[in-house]
Design a protein around this ligand. Structure first.
Ligand SMILES: *[C@@H]1O[C@H](CO)[C@@H](O)[C@H](O)[C@H]1NC(C)=O
Ligand SMILES: *[C@@H]1O[C@H](CO)[C@@H](O)[C@H](O)[C@H]1NC(C)=O
Ligand SMILES: *[C@@H]1O[C@H](CO)[C@@H](O)[C@H](O)[C@H]1NC(C)=O
Ligand SMILES: *[C@@H]1O[C@H](CO)[C@@H](O)[C@H](O)[C@H]1NC(C)=O
Ligand SMILES: *[C@@H]1O[C@H](CO)[C@@H](O)[C@H](O)[C@H]1NC(C)=O
Length: 459
């Protein structure tokens, strides 16, 4: 009797030992896989946290391979966080600020380089009083280097940078990636040398052109790709931070990030990322658009969930996703809430069903991939479109015959800006300047949407 008990206990102990050894081996293996060599001491390094690093000793920060120690420090932290992450991410409490800080909200405006497929706004037509940051989209990574997409893009970059003469405080960033130019990221994340080289080369390019920083718009790390990219992405941001925050460069780092829970959970290590970015632009749009697997109408950018939405559907709105980012550890003042100036179109299955979650058979035929700019929305409304306002989600939609559009107007954007202000987020991002009514076609002043956001932020 006792003998069988003892042998049972022994075999359990042996199994536990074997599991323990396998676990240790796997952790070590994954660290090696992530680029940590065995010479990187993971426990004995100490020093100030990266965000408290003293930048006064500029010579220590010459980019390149001169500061192995500093980098080891950075990576040892990453390694420790990595092992913690294996036990699940830490949840941060969403606390309401007791005291309103005197916060100057960032007003980040995307500007899309003129092309035939998108509203053709010239740099000279931009109203510089609207934005604190202009982000030019989009550049790509080619051969490990930051590079323009079109031949004439650099001329446009120069023209936008010229705007700083009118507004010296304006910051101009270059966005790399975007939904269609982010294949290059794979070539610069794999090894430490690749990441380091990209950080140095891109900083030099930005300085040469006269930019104030970068906007990393990879849609999305580890998404339909190996899970390891999640860690490599964070290490790329670390490397950018290490080079860009050299006082000789002093470049801004922003990241355009996803709003959907499944992508956030897979792509980002939020609390770790927070140390290496000046701000993230939370892309608070495309929550619904026509999908063959979900052929129903829906809001492009709802502020709140509707009472008839549950489970996943109750997470696809600005309020939910913004607080999710806070909960995962991104400081509120670094969260810049992205709002659209464009709308999403649908073709209804039956014109008599024109509410929310009505059956649709496709995206609209106007616009680009079913997306339309605000002047097109105005024309739609002027030609028989009927506008309704969703009292729960706080956004309008409009329909006429088989056409159905979800969009934002002065009313919804002003409300969203007020919500940003009263919740102390870091500011507002707009995608994009091009889709606002910059030619005053709607007849309510130029850039009416962005101006309504300014009203919401200040009154
Ligand atoms: C700069 O580096 C030197 C030598 O490492 C050190 O003695 C000094 O305290 C550093 N200065 C600052 C401001 O950190
Ligand atoms: C907020 O900032 C403005 C402008 O810088 C300043 O005039 C005002 O006194 C500040 N208010 C508080 C409460 O600090
Ligand atoms: C870097 O730029 C920021 C503004 O973007 C400024 O506040 C800061 O003082 C600068 N730091 C250095 C070391 O030049
Ligand atoms: C917005 O999100 C906060 C934090 O999760 C929550 O407390 C609040 O009830 C939400 N508001 C609405 C209207 O859903
Ligand atoms: C035009 O702008 C004013 C504020 O400048 C706003 O009150 C009004 O609602 C806008 N009109 C339309 C049709 O959006």
């Amino acid at each position: 009797m006792t003998i069988t008990l003892i042998s049972k206990m022994l075999s359990i102990a042996i199994v536990l030992c074997v599991l323990f050894v396998i676990y240790g081996f796997m952790s070590k293996l994954s660290l090696t896989f992530l680029g940590f060599t065995s010479s990187t001491k993971l426990t004995s390094l100490s020093g100030p946290p990266v965000h408290q690093w003293n930048f006064e000793n500029a010579t220590l920060f010459l980019p390149g391979i001169t500061n192995r120690l500093y980098r080891q420090e950075v990576y040892s932290r990453a390694a420790r966080h990595h092992s913690r992450h294996l036990h699940g991410p830490k949840k941060y409490h969403v606390t309401r600020r007791q005291q309103q800080i005197n916060h100057s909200f960032r007003r980040v405006c995307y500007y899309t380089v003129p092309s035939e497929e998108w509203p053709f706004l010239q740099p000279g037509q931009i109203d510089v009083s609207l934005c604190t940051h202009i982000i030019i989209g989009f550049a790509k990574i080619s051969g490990g280097l930051l590079a323009p997409v079109g031949e004439k893009d650099e001329v446009i970059y120069k023209e936008v940078i010229e705007l700083k003469k009118l507004a010296p405080e304006l910051k101009i960033l270059l966005s790399v990636g975007g939904a269609s130019n982010d294949l290059g990221f794979h070539s610069v994340i794999e090894t430490l040398e690749d990441r380091e080289e990209f950080a140095v080369n891109s900083a030099k390019y930005l300085i040469k052109m006269g930019f104030d920083g970068i906007d990393v718009d990879w849609e999305f790390p580890a998404w339909y790709r190996p899970f390891e990219e999640r860690f490599m992405f964070q290490m790329l941001l670390q490397e950018l931070y290490y080079v860009y925050k050299n006082p000789l460069y002093n470049l801004t780092i922003s990241v355009a990030v996803a709003a959907s829970k499944s992508i956030i959970d897979r792509s980002y290590r939020v609390a770790q990322m927070a140390k290496y970015v000046d701000f993230v632009s939370l892309m608070g749009y495309d929550f619904h658009s026509f999908k063959w697997y979900l052929p129903l109408t829906g809001h492009n950018s709802p502020l709140y969930p509707r009472s008839d939405e549950w489970n996943m559907f109750s997470t696809v709105n600005l309020n939910w996703t913004s607080f999710y980012w806070v909960q995962l550890g991104m400081p509120r003042e670094k969260i810049v809430i992205g709002l659209p100036t464009y709308g999403q179109t649908y073709q209804l299955y039956n014109p008599n069903f024109h509410g929310l979650y009505a059956p649709a058979i496709g995206a609209g035929t106007v616009g680009i991939g079913g997306q339309i700019s605000y002047p097109v929305v105005c024309q739609f409304l002027a030609n028989g479109g009927i506008r309704e306002f969703d009292a729960e989600s706080r956004v309008p939609f409009a329909y006429h015959k088989r056409s159905w559009i979800s969009y934002d107007d002065e009313q919804s954007l002003e409300e969203k800006a007020k919500w940003i202000r009263s919740n102390y987020f870091g500011g507002v991002m707009v995608f994009d300047l091009n889709c606002d009514d910059y030619n005053n076609i709607c007849g309510n002043n130029t850039f009416p949407l962005i101006k309504s956001i300014l009203r919401g932020l200040t009154t």
